[in-house]
Ligand binder design. Structure first.
Ligand code: F6R
Length: 241
C-alpha cells in the first residue's frame, strides 16, 4: 500500500475529503464506502465544511461497513444513527441512497446476502474509507476472518468491546455481535483509503502494512489491493520501518 504520513488528523481529513470531492466531480452518483468510529470523523467534518461552502454531494451513494447486532436501529450508538448524525445530515446526503447493514435479528440470516446484492446492484464501491482496530480488524472482521469473506455476522472480540465501551454506558452494553462487510467485500472496492491516528494504532498499522498476509491481522488484506492508500499521523506510523 501507498503510505502517507501527515502532521495531524485535520490534514488527513482534508486530504481524503479532497479525494471524495474529486470523485463526486467525476461522477455525481459515485459510491462511497463509509466507516464509523472516531477515525473518519475528520474526513466527514472536512466534507461538511465543503458542503456548507456550496459543494453538492446529494447524488452520492454510500454503503456503511458494518452495524451492531442486538441494538435497535434507533439506538443513538447504532451505526444507522451514527451514519445519520455524522454523515448524512452534515453532508446533506440523500438518506435513501445511503445503506447500512440490517442488524435486526429478524431476517439476520439473509441480511448479509441482501447487503452484498445491494452493493453489486449499485455497481460496487468506488472509494472505501477504512479505520483499523487495535486488534487489526477492518470493518468488524476480527482476527481469524477469511480474506474471501462476504457480509456476515461476526462476534466482537473482548478487545474491540473494550475499545468501543467509550460509546456506551458500560462495557456490558456493548453488543456482542456485528454484521460486517467481509474482507472479500472490502477488497472488491475500486479504491481503499485506510486512516489511523495515535500510538495505540501503531502496531496494528505496522502489521497491516509490513507484516505477512495473515488472517491474524485482517487489515493485512489491503496488501492484496492494487489501489490502497494508508493515511496515518506520526504516532500511528511510529512502528513502520
Ligand atoms: C467501524 C469500523 C471499525 C473501526 C475501527 C477503529 O465502522 O469498521 O473497523 O474503523 O474499530 O475504530 P476507531 O476509529 O473508533 O478507532
Amino acid at each position: 500500500a501507498e503510505v502517507i504520513v501527515v502532521a495531524n488528523r485535520e490534514v488527513a481529513g482534508a486530504l481524503v475529503a479532497e479525494a471524495v470531492e474529486r470523485l463526486a466531480g467525476e461522477r455525481a452518483d459515485a459510491v462511497l464506502g463509509l466507516a464509523t468510529g472516531s477515525t473518519p470523523l475528520p474526513v466527514y467534518r472536512a466534507l461538511a465544511e465543503r458542503v456548507a461552502a456550496g459543494l453538492d454531494l446529494s447524488k452520492l451513494r454510500g454503503f456503511a461497513l458494518d452495524e451492531y447486532v442486538g441494538i435497535a436501529a434507533g439506538h443513538p450508538q447504532s451505526y444507522h444513527s451514527v451514519i445519520d448524525r455524522e454523515v448524512v445530515r452534515p453532508l446533506h446526503l440523500d438518506a435513501r441512497r445511503i445503506h447500512v447493514p440490517d442488524g435486526r435479528s429478524l431476517g439476520i440470516e439473509t441480511a448479509g446476502a441482501r447487503y452484498e446484492d445491494a452493493i453489486l446492484a449499485a455497481g460496487g464501491v468506488d472509494l472505501q474509507i477504512l479505520g483499523i482496530g487495535t486488534d487489526g480488524h477492518i470493518g468488524f472482521n476480527e482476527p481469524g476472518s477469511s480474506f474471501a469473506s462476504l457480509t456476515r455476522v461476526k462476534t466482537l472480540t473482548e478487545q474491540t468491546r473494550r475499545d468501543n465501551a467509550r460509546f456506551f454506558d458500560s462495557i456490558d452494553d456493548v453488543p456482542l455481535h456485528s454484521i460486517t462487510q467481509g474482507l472479500g467485500t472490502i477488497l472488491r472496492a475500486k479504491r481503499l483509503v485506510l486512516l489511523a491516528f495515535g500510538r495505540q494504532k501503531a502496531s496494528a498499522v505496522a502489521a497491516a502494512v509490513e507484516g505477512p498476509l495473515s488472517a491474524g491481522t485482517p487489515a493485512s488484506a489491503i496488501q492484496l489491493h492494487p489501489r490502497a492508500t494508508v493515511v496515518v499521523d506520526e504516532e500511528a506510523a511510529s512502528q513502520l520501518t
